[in-house]
Design a protein around this ligand. Sequence first.
Ligand code: HEM
Length: 431
Amino acid sequence: MAWLDVNTETEKGPLHPYGAVAMFALALAASTGVLLRFGLYQGMPAWAQNYVAVRHAHSHLMYFGWVTLSLMALIWRALPALTGRPLPRAVAPQMAASAALALLSFPAFWVNGYGLTQIGRAELPLGAMVAGLNGVGWFLFVWLYGRATWQLPTRPLPIQLWDWALVLLLLASLGAAGLAAMPAWPSAAATLQPYFLHLFLDLFAVGWFNLALLGLLWAELSRRGCALPRWLPTQSLAIAVTPTFVLGVPPSLVPDGAFWTGALANLVAAFFLAWHGRWLWQYRRALPWLARFGLIFLAVHGLSALAVLWPGFWAWSAGTQLRIFFLHNLLLGWVSSALLGLWADPQPEQAWWPERGIYLLWAGGVSLMLVALLGLGFVAWTGITAGSWLRLAAWGSVPVALAAWGTLGLGQISAAKIPFQHDVRRLRQRL
Ligand code: HEM
């Protein structure tokens, strides 16, 4: 296999544009989220009447274009320093295809979501087709990652976490395959469809996103010269998060035994995540500022595992807006804050004032939006109307989108802020 050296003296490797593409996806998907948030209390505008399709466009661009593309690019960025090997040449076309397909998911879902769209004489499920093609890009990534890390004499902690993150990515993809097969099996659709949907959506987030992100944070700390803890949960964390997807399925479809398996596994997973969180907090001074901020939401995510065990809470909460709170606490508060930190946030003392302003905008908006979503979940007890909470969530989302556009603008002005700066000399010494 031919190999590609991504590291350049100029800090601009061939993967450099993908940080900007991911940031663009974040900004566009966040703006779509703002549209949905205002749509929820003012109604959707005439040019975006299909709320469900727009929501699919938002969530898929976030999943494919922002988080997955970022994780892949950041893993490729960090890998050579951990393996002592350059990257396979095929990484460049794989990333180009993944970026293009992720961006394509936005218009494909915007039109009709997972429904059929008339193109000429044919009726095509555009969203499902593009989602399937995105899956091919992930498999290519897994295969190339396997080649790049094959038979390493030792597998450092970040690589162990990425190994398991990719196992969970493949497992979650089975859910997507199941969803695609549903039209051929209509009699089982009502029962199985929610299971496949949450195997895909939830395991993708709590499995692939979480473990890959933890690996990146530990790789960043090791790059910054921190001695990593002797042991942290990797395989055990991956095993514990696997059954937790059943908690996303509507309670009426989940037998008691499956619920308790999911809830107890969720508790064990929360314990292992807290283990990582505790150590990351110990090293917080070496972490990007936004990653430190994200740790607050990781803690909230862990605490929610206890709430699920409260008798009746899970079944009750499924009928409220709390699902959207838990989802965005994990995906926006924790995963996106930490990722933004890894892309754009140097050591806090090196940040200049527009960057600090952007981080404050992000942190303020995320906090406001999540507090409003929590208030909406417990609306009956708050003494505040649902309309007021919805309005607060909508206005809270505006600074988040502005911060995303601002990061994109600053990142393009200052190339080093979207860095691919492996130290080539150190890498060459190892080779
Ligand atoms: C500015 C930030 C964000 C805003 C304003 C926003 C807004 C929204 C809104 C309004 C909904 C629909 C809620 C409903 O129908 O009750 C939604 C759903 C969703 N969002 Fe976000 N969101 C943001 C960030 C994110 C991020 C960062 C991710 C993932 C990385 C994400 C993933 C999702 C998912 C998976 C759904 C559920 C889709 C479904 O059930 O079909 N969102 N978001």
